[in-house]
Ligand binder design. Structure first.
Ligand code: FAD
Length: 323
């Protein structure tokens, strides 16, 4: 049966995050010929609506309000609920991002429904649709079916292929006006940490360093390699604890979960807590001087050797190939 599916688009620094397009692709599959409705919440998000339509949304609802300039669970919760009440969809899709992870359970509990979180794949069609999600820190996958009632899911970034954008697609873009009741918190300013380049959680290439990198200077060399590959730098908790880099780079059970096309683990032993955040990467390359290191168990390519010799060689070779 065709379904109406509502997708929350997520913007950062004035641009839609890629996961929004992946969520639309998931919604299209679930809609089964039904309508996909994009939702944008923010202070000034009108200009992003066309892009949602080009990527497959049939209609976009825009909720603009000064209290939606920055994410608060209260503000976004009220705005999303207003859209939900208006649309009464059969399914809702969010990105499994920091925002999606925070907001989706709150909305689900308000609606008295379940939530299929962190979906990495969708199989089958219509009422036989099955959602694949990792469990036990990525050691296994489970297949989940929605029995009845509202289908609510979050999709993990970099796992569902977005549709090719079609700039000739058109659709209605409609403003929804809402009244936001008193908020428990109002964010008046966000002071951002300076971060260079590609967003780690959406990067197609991640060069991650561990305690073996031994210093902040060592991480600068990894940044060089990441820049050459158009990627981002990540880290193990060992490296963060040793103060070689910022905790915002930590990948793993208590850090970020990444699924890039290429993950290069440099001087990382491969503790289970680290692997929880990267083992679903498409290609894993490990550089470690210990041939028994656990990381080699999940690596597609392993280089046994001294990272201080191998990383400069890689940088040199990639620079040569790029000329
Ligand atoms: P190490 O285990 O010390 O490994 C360093 C590696 O570098 C070794 O394999 C060594 O052979 C190699 N090496 C050294 N010198 C060189 C060289 N010159 N050339 C090549 N290789 C070299 N960890 C995470 O990463 N993410 C998490 O989210 C996380 N969450 C945790 C949550 C809990 C509750 C707990 C208890 C732990 C968590 N940890 C997490 C910590 C985790 O258990 C490990 O301690 C940590 O991942 C180890 O980091 P590491 O691999 O960089 O360091």
């Amino acid at each position: 049966m065709p379904k109406k599916v509502v997708v929350l688009g997520e913007a950062r620094e004035g641009a839609l995050r890629n996961v929004s397009f992946e969520a639309i692709a998931a919604a299209k599959k679930i809609a089964n010929g039904g309508e996909v409705v994009g939702v944008l919440l923010g202070e000034d998000v009108q200009s992003l609506a066309d892009e949602m339509i080009h990527h497959g949304a049939d209609r976009v609802l825009i909720v603009q309000h000064p209290h939606l300039k920055y994410y608060t669970p209260d503000g976004f919760g009220q705005a999303f609920m207003a859209v939900y009440e208006q649309e009464q969809p059969e399914a809702v899709v969010f990105g499994h991002t920091a925002l999606g992870k925070d907001l989706s359970p709150k909305i689900a509990s308000k609606l008295g429904t379940g939530l299929i979180s962190d979906v990495t794949g969708i199989e089958g069609e219509s009422d036989d649709t099955v959602f694949i999600r990792p469990i036990y820190s990525g050691k296994a996958f489970e297949k989940v079916k929605n029995k009845d009632g509202l289908l609510f899911l979050t999709v993990r970034p970099n796992n569902i292929e977005p549709l090719e954008p079609d700039t000739s697609r058109t659709g209605d873009i409609v403003a929804v006006s809402i009244v936001i009741d008193s908020l428990r918190s109002i964010i008046s300013e966000v002071i951002q940490k300076t971060s260079e380049g590609v967003d780690l959680s959406e990067a197609k290439v991640v060069v991650a360093g561990g305690r073996g990198v031994k210093s902040t200077e060592g991480f600068q060399q990894l940044q060089k390699l990441a820049n050459l590959l158009g990627g981002a730098v990540g880290a193990s908790r060992g490296a963060c604890d040793a103060d070689y880099c910022d905790y915002s780079l930590q990948i793993g059970q208590t850090g970020k979960v990444v699924t890039p096309d290429l993950y290069i683990a440099v001087g990382i032993s491969g503790a289970i807590q680290h692997m929880a955040g990267m083992s679903n990467s498409k290609i894993i390359v490990a550089i470690n001087k210990d041939p028994e290191a656990n990381i080699f168990k999940v690596a597609d390519y392993g280089i046994v050797g001294d990272l201080f010799e191998i990383v400069p060689l890689l940088v040199e070779e990639i620079e040569r190939l790029k000329v």
